[in-house]
Design a protein around this ligand. Structure first.
Ligand code: PLP
Length: 391
């Protein structure tokens, strides 16, 4: 979502500037239209034996086919879930439960989203030998740094593709290759939530075994996502019940959520390179504005996606600034939306000072954001520096 005129009664409020698109996005028109159409017309249970059930099943199968084409995998390798929290849990616990006898060592990074790191924490409590790798001071990882930890006891490695707080890109294909070189029976899961439909993803012939996706980060509604499971990779389900989705992810399927997810995927996939160029332009403008202000520090500049920027506004606490900006109808976040004010584990892992971490803001774009939105943000940051008391 970019800007909207918000009408409250007869009073027109100032336009809304939403710069928190890594937390979630506004549903896009095509996705909403698909949701309404399917919810009203193709609402039958896809498992029902009658004609209407068959039509709903077709909606789901078509969506699998179309999404698979966009990430270069087979339709049978896609499993719909309620979102990436579930995809990450299913991937991690699913592998661990199915391959308990293979070993006890599991590897991840120190900058994962809580939906991955909490799974690893739980497994540590269950007796697994967890290795959590720190990034370098710039927030980066190399394939050899990760592969170095892999031994014959290692069952699973899980890393993200793009970090949700600093936008750093992890070279997942090279990481996958390096892992398999060390131990070809070690599984590799990738949380690709912040990369999906913004960076190209090609799974065919890759060494990636599992990949998680979320709908609401790309203009689909909340409550739908997917897990890619490479053909031949065996996982144990988390839920038991009916036999939907090969009994890997059971529960009545939602053709309307799946259709709206598919519509958002097709919309974004078609515009991926055009959107990236748009974001690069916006980011450059952001950088130009930031450079003119000595109170702004970029927390990560190289090897990042152009739609996530992390800054420190020296002397002003994130929480205070978020609410100050909100009073001017500008919406940003202090880090991951899920961490709700907790000190960023990502910036901590990069070795930033507590003072810099406590004053960090994440700005994340959608294609409705404009250079004027950025100008407005910086005007208000200038004002905040004058009006608010520094820490
Ligand atoms: N992984 C990453 C990197 C995320 O940014 C998020 C959401 O913020 C998730 C997982 C969780 O996704 P969902 O909200 O679909 O459960």
């Amino acid at each position: 979502m970019g800007k909207n005129n918000v009408t409250v009664g007869v009073k027109m409020q100032k336009k809304e500037i939403y710069l928190d698109n890594s937390a979630t996005t506004k549903i896009c028109e095509k996705s909403l239209a698909a949701f309404v159409d399917v919810a009203q017309n193709l609402y039958a249970n896809p498992e029902s034996l009658h004609k209407k059930g068959f039509e709903s099943e077709k909606v789901i199968n078509n969506a699998k086919k179309n999404i698979a084409l966009k990430i270069n995998c087979d339709a049978s390798e896609i499993y719909f879930t309620s979102g990436a929290t579930e995809s990450n849990n299913l991937a991690i616990f699913g592998i661990i439960k199915a391959h308990e006898r293979k070993g006890k060592k599991i590897i991840t990074t120190a900058i994962e989203h809580s939906t991955v790191s909490e799974c690893f924490k739980t497994l540590k409590n269950l007796g697994y030998d967890v290795v959590e790798l720190l990034p370098d001071e710039f927030g980066n990882y190399t394939p050899s740094q990760i592969a170095q930890e892999v031994d014959e006891n290692t069952v699973l490695v899980s890393t993200m593709m793009v970090n949700n707080e600093i936008g750093s890109i992890l070279p997942v294909h090279d990481i996958a290759y390096a892992i398999k070189n060390k131990n070809k029976s070690c599984f590799f899961h990738v949380d690709a939530v912040q990369a999906f439909m913004r960076l190209p993803i090609k799974l065919k012939n890759s060494n990636i075994d599992l990949m998680s996706f979320s709908g609401h980060k790309i203009g689909a509604p909340k409550g739908v996502g997917a897990l890619y499971i490479k053909k031949g990779v065996r996982i144990t389900p988390l839920l038991y019940g009916g036999g939907q989705q090969n009994a890997i992810r059971v529960g009545t399927q939602s053709p309307e959520l799946v259709a709206s997810f598919e519509a958002a995927v097709l919309d974004k996939a078609d515009k991926m390179s055009q959107n990236i160029r748009y974001y690069e332009n916006l980011r450059q403008h952001f950088y130009d504005c930031a450079e003119k202000r000595d109170y702004i520090k970029l927390n990560k500049k190289d090897n990042t996606v152009p739609y996530i920027i992390n800054i420190t506004v020296s002397g002003l606490k994130s929480e205070v600034l978020i609410h100050y900006l909100e009073r001017h109808n500008i919406y940003v976040s202090g880090g991951s939306a899920c961490s709700k004010g907790a000190r960023s584990h990502v910036l901590t892992a990069m070795g930033l000072s507590v003072k810099d971490i406590d004053c960090a803001l994440r700005i994340s774009f959608c294609t409705e954001n404009t250079k004027e939105d950025i100008n407005e943000l910086f005007d208000k940051l200038d004002l905040a520096k004058k009006e608010l008391i520094s820490i």
